[in-house]
Structures are given as structure tokens and as C-alpha cells.
Design a protein around this ligand. Structure first.
Ligand code: SF4
Ligand code: SF4
Length: 188
């Protein structure tokens, strides 16, 4: 029996809570987006692709990883479309289907290291997160220059109190945070 065809628009709606067909392509989301000028696929086009089911194509776009999650697009939308939620849903689909572009590998690796750290500790542990990111990213790219760049940042961050070497986590109910991750079911 052949595999049922995935309805990607429905999947985006399920993940984001957005009603895709409410978008009438006015462009206000793109006009207000602080990253709109550098995005290869701006929010209005993201919405159009999501409406038409062309989701895997737009899941390759650099722009979904350049988004700041600032919610300006959602706030400006005259139809109350949850545009930022759509971008989030596309990130999740991009990871699930492994469709993110090679150029986005670094930011995807960093976001995963951040989330793994929160899942383990209930909040970020910068030292552990940086080590996790560097180790995994290095073995994908052998990017020595990046290791040196991040290594040089370490002392500056420590001097400014932005990085600590404390063991353990001050979060009392780490199990609760882990349950949230389990419920979301995101593979990291
Ligand atoms: S602002 Fe809203 S209606 Fe206008 S293009 Fe963006 S999502 Fe569509
Ligand atoms: S949430 Fe992302 S897409 Fe929306 S305005 Fe902010 S940066 Fe742009």
C-alpha cells in the first residue's frame, strides 16, 4: 500500500495554531520584519508557500533560521495570523525532515545545543552548551577557525559574568522542564 501524501499545510496549522487561509498577502508582516531585508524568503512569501503546501521547499530557506522570534509580524497582521508561529513550525519541520540548508547548519547546531542544555538543566548552562555545540559542529565541518573564535570569546564572557563553571543547576524542578520537552516530542 502506498504511503499517504502528507498534507503539509495542515501540519503547519497544527503546529502553529495559525489559520493559513486567513492571510490575504498584504505584505505588512514583511514590511515590519527587522530581518526582512536579509531574508531569502520573507514572511509574506513564507505564508504563501505554507498556504500552497510548498512547505518542504520553504523549510530549506535561510530566513526561518534568521528570524528573531520578535513577533512583530504577528502583531502587525490585520488578520491576526500567527506568522511567527508559522516560522517556528517550519523550523520544527525543517529539523524533522532534515531539510535545512547547509548554510543553516551552524545556527541549527547552536539551537539544538541550547535546547539540550535547557532540557538537561532546566535552564542554560553556558559552558556546557558551548562545549556541546563546538564538539558536534566541529565533527560535522572540521571548522578550526570557529573553535578558535569561540575559544577567544570564552575569557571575555567569563570576565563579564556571562559564563560560569558551576556544576549542577539552581533549578528546583528540572523534571518538569524535561516533561515539557517530552510532551513536545522534539528530537534533539
Ligand atoms: S500581514 Fe498577515 S495578512 Fe498580511 S501578508 Fe502577512 S500574514 Fe498575510
Ligand atoms: S518574528 Fe521573525 S519573521 Fe516575524 S517579524 Fe520577527 S524576525 Fe521577522
Amino acid at each position: 500500500m502506498s504511503k499517504p501524501v502528507q498534507d503539509w499545510s495542515a501540519r503547519v496549522e497544527e503546529l502553529s495554531g495559525a489559520k493559513l487561509n486567513d492571510c490575504y498577502q498584504c505584505g505588512k508582516c514583511t514590511a515590519g520584519c527587522p530581518r526582512g531585508e536579509v531574508m531569502d524568503v520573507p514572511p509574506t512569501r513564507i505564508m504563501r508557500s505554507a498556504q500552497s503546501g510548498d512547505v518542504l521547499e520553504v523549510a530549506k530557506a535561510r530566513s526561518i533560521w534568521q528570524c528573531l522570534s520578535c513577533q512583530t509580524c504577528t502583531a502587525r497582521c490585520p488578520k491576526n495570523v500567527e506568522v511567527a508561529g508559522v516560522v517556528d513550525a517550519l523550523r520544527q519541520i525543517s529539523i524533522e525532515t532534515n531539510t535545512f540548508s547547509d548554510e543553516s547548519l551552524k545556527v541549527v547546531s547552536f539551537q539544538k545545543a541550547f535546547l539540550r542544555s535547557v532540557r538537561r538543566n532546566g535552564r542554560t548552562n553556558e559552558t556546557e552548551m558551548a562545549t556541546d555545540f563546538e564538539a558536534r559542529y566541529f565533527f560535522r565541518r572540521f571548522d578550526v577557525a570557529n573553535v578558535i573564535r569561540v575559544g577567544l570569546l570564552g575569557p571575555k564572557m567569563i570576565a563579564r559574568g556571562k559564563m560560569h563553571f558551576k556544576l549542577g543547576s539552581p533549578v528546583k524542578d528540572k523534571a518538569l522542564v524535561k516533561r515539557i520537552f517530552d510532551k513536545c516530542g522534539v528530537e534533539l
